[in-house]
Design a protein around this ligand. Structure first.
Ligand code: GLU
Length: 306
């Protein structure tokens, strides 16, 4: 991949920004300039290619769900985790309660819709919510190879203040006896994990980590290969909410988005990770211009999941 191509891809896809809007249901996210657009590709040999707004810090939001799932697997093992959450696409919006009610066991469909992510957050070990979140943050710093990652206090307080739909999901699961623990404590970990500030570079490293089977660029293995495969499989089937099938069909590689405007794509076949940032979102909550850049890169590098 040439730097020129990446610069052109950012320029070319800027036109799509006008088709999207920033997330407004979390007031702090509504303040973000919708014109930001950036991309980073991280390769296993340490090469990093970046273009556009790659130094801007933005909220990781739902992309954190991949990291928390990996830590929940490390903390509890695969069998235990999947006693609490399924591995199937929901076909519904990210914050939908519908299937929690209609599924006979009332378990969330997968760890990447909000209900499932609240469930996986409840599985993180630690003596209290502060300790649990600190473990999440440290783990994210480790696998992104970015020690500067921090909680965005402003985003966190905004999520907490306006997170009633998430409270609804959590209390419903507790009422059905499938979520255990104090709802506000569990949500505190969840709201904070979503509010960590990242850049496209830290996200591309996270994508590379999963693409590389759970190995850092130093060669150190952090999670078993099987856990990375689970995360990658779920990214492919459930990463873009009710647009997951279309994304895989259109772009050809898995993607996990967040309402902060980020998308990561781990590409195992080429041992590389791509991350984009473009806060103007489509109706499903996915970055419009970000998807455009992903499409261009996938075509240029002949990326394929299979
Ligand atoms: N913190 C967001 C929420 O729970 C995450 C959603 C997302 O990024 O899709 O509403």
């Amino acid at each position: 991949m040439k730097q020129d191509f990446l610069d052109d891809a950012v320029k070319r896809n800027r036109g799509l920004i006008s088709q999207g809007v920033v997330a407004t249901y979390i007031p702090e996210l509504a303040k973000v300039d919708k014109n930001y657009l950036g991309v980073t590709i991280a390769y296993a040999d340490g090469t990093i290619l970046s273009s556009g707004d790659t130094k801007i810090r933005f909220a990781i939001e739902s992309i954190s769900k991949t990291v928390v799932l990996a830590l929940a697997l490390l903390d509890n093992g695969e069998e235990e985790v999947f006693k609490h959450v399924h591995k199937e696409p929901s076909g519904d919006a990210f914050n939908s309660i519908k299937k929690l009610e209609t599924e006979p066991d009332h378990l969330p469909r997968n760890p990447f819709i909000n209900a499932g992510a609240i469930m996986t957050a409840s599985l993180i070990k630690g003596k209290d919510p502060v300790d649990k979140f600190n473990r999440v943050l440290e783990f994210m710093r480790l696998i992104s190879e970015d020690k500067t990652l921090e909680l965005g206090e402003d985003i966190y307080l905004s999520e907490k203040k306006t997170g009633d739909t998430n409270r609804g999901l959590a209390y419903y699961m507790k009422g059905q006896g499938v979520l255990t623990g104090e709802v506000e404590d569990i949500l505190d970990v969840y709201f904070k994990q979503c509010s960590i500030y990242v850049t496209t570079e830290s996200l591309a490293k996270i994508a590379l980590f999963f693409a590389n089977g759970g190995i850092l660029s130093t060669g150190e293995r952090i999670i078993p290969k099987k856990y990375a495969q689970i995360v990658n499989g779920l990214i492919a089937t459930c990463g873009m909410y009710d647009q997951s099938g279309e994304y895989l069909d259109n772009i050809g590689i898995p993607g996990k988005s967040g309402v902060g405007g980020g998308i990561i794509s781990p590409v195992s076949s080429k041992k590389l990770g791509v991350a984009v940032f473009g806060p103007a979102l489509d109706e499903q909550g996915n970055s419009v211009a970000g998807i455009g850049i992903m499409k261009d890169i996938s075509k240029e590098l002949d990326l394929d999941m299979f």
